[in-house]
Design a protein around this ligand. Structure first.
Ligand SMILES: Cc1ncc(COP(=O)(O)O)c(C=O)c1O
Length: 398
């Protein structure tokens, strides 16, 4: 009699859980103390907020002129909504271009002393989609080591080769420009005011280098717009030789959205070739109204800008006296460099207990060992509030 042994049936291995990568990433963030979560605040006025029923003075907002609560912007947003509705109903190339979009673009171009301007739906979206449309896989990008994530995302998505030069080191940039080989185009990408350090680029020197090496110069003016330059229109306004300038309206303009200024020819190129412009619904009328009102106010806000500059200088001096480094800041963004992540978080907690809202900036937003509190001043902060902040920092002991 023949006995057949029944082969033991190997259990098929269970396929990996399809969201295992999510579990891994969340566990990583928790273990490395880099867990981020959302909490809600309610604005009370231009600088104060309610958090968990406590009133805090906000030192981390980008509303540098307090315009997000300005009656003229609120009235214009309401008026434009009443006249044009809540939505723009289509992309600009379909039926979303209202007269108010075009009028705003014309005024922005004039205010910045540039040939043309084109609206985008946010600074992040503008940087990603502009860079994708302006670069290709045979391009070379030379960018400052500290540029904003949106610029990096755009460069990566374009598949261009990119090299980061040491922060604000134009000798390094020049060396890289000299060594550049055979590329379809070379582009320099940097910010005018750096979002995490609050220091500035040397725009005329960048223009000079770009000119000598026939490179395209792309500047992100997000943190200078409204605060610096002629009539507050940024450090890249009225500068011949800068090819592309991105400004954002969610910061000193107190609204939302972004714009690019460039040549008329480049604007035509973007209208025809930039997916992030072509395939998205136009900014809503309320936002166009708020931006238009902010733009009209800009030339009148010189006293606010001067006061803001003085406040930042005052805060830096006080922090230096307490022994803190402020990362070369020369603008309304004043980082207090702590270094260690845990220590930075503990300082934030201490400040919050003292009635101050200030956010820790840590890796991966900034390099390991350079965690900081990024204070962002507003022209609406009173001197007593800044003194109160300095006092609270001075009273902090680990
Ligand atoms: C330098 C820079 N560019 C672009 C952006 C993105 O702008 P938005 O907030 O309008 O998307 C930011 C915002 O944090 C920024 O700091």
């Amino acid at each position: 009699m023949v006995h057949h042994t029944v082969p033991s049936q190997a259990q098929p291995e269970a396929p990996p859980h399809k969201f295992a990568f999510v579990d891994r990433a969340l566990a990583d963030h928790q273990q490395s103390q880099r867990w981020r979560s959302l909490y809600s605040i309610t604005p009370l006025d231009a600088v104060c907020v309610l958090k968990n029923d406590r009133k805090l003075v906000n030192f981390s907002s980008n509303d540098y002129l307090g315009l997000s609560k300005h009656p003229a912007l609120i009235a214009a947003a309401q008026d434009y909504t009443a006249r044009y509705g809540t939505g723009s109903t289509a992309s600009r190339l379909v039926t979303g271009t209202y007269d108010i979009h075009q009028q705003l673009e014309e005024k922005l171009a004039i205010a910045c002393g540039r040939e043309a301007s084109l609206l985008f739906n946010s600074g992040f979206q503008a940087n990603v989609s502009l860079l994708v449309s302006l670069l290709d896989s045979r391009s070379l990008v030379l960018c400052d080591r500290l540029i904003h994530n949106s610029l990096i995302q755009g460069i990566l998505a374009s598949k261009a080769r990119f090299i980061r030069y040491a922060h604000n080191d134009l000798n390094h940039l020049e060396k890289l420009l000299r060594q550049a080989g055979d590329y379809s185009r070379v582009m320099i990408v940097t910010e005018t005011v750096f979002s995490m350090n609050g220091d500035r680029s040397n725009v005329p020197a960048l223009v000079n280098l770009a000119g000598i090496h026939n490179a395209i110069l792309y500047l992100d003016d997000a943190h200078a717009l409204g605060v610096l330059g002629e009539d507050g229109m940024g450090l890249a306004a009225h500068q011949t030789g800068v090819d592309i300038v991105v400004g954002t309206f969610g910061k000193a303009f107190g609204a939302f959205g972004a714009f690019v200024t460039c040549s008329t020819k480049l604007k035509d190129y973007l209208i025809n070739c930039c997916g992030g412009f072509i395939y998205t619904t136009a900014l809503p009328p309320s936002i166009i109204g708020a931006i238009a009102a902010a733009l009209q106010l800009m030339p009148t806000l010189e006293p606010e800008r001067q006061y803001l500059t003085q406040s930042a200088e005052y805060l830096r001096t006080q922090l230096h006296q307490l022994g803190y480094d402020t990362a070369g800041s020369t603008s309304q963004i004043v980082p207090l460099m702590v270094g260690d992540e845990g220590k930075t978080l503990r300082l934030c907690e201490w400040l919050e207990e003292s009635g101050i809202l200030a956010i820790a900036i840590r890796p991966p937003t900034v390099a390991a060992g350079t965690s900081r509190i990024r204070f962002a001043l507003s022209s609406q902060h009173q001197r007593e509030q800044i003194d109160y902040l300095v006092n609270a920092i001075g009273n902090w002991h680990e």
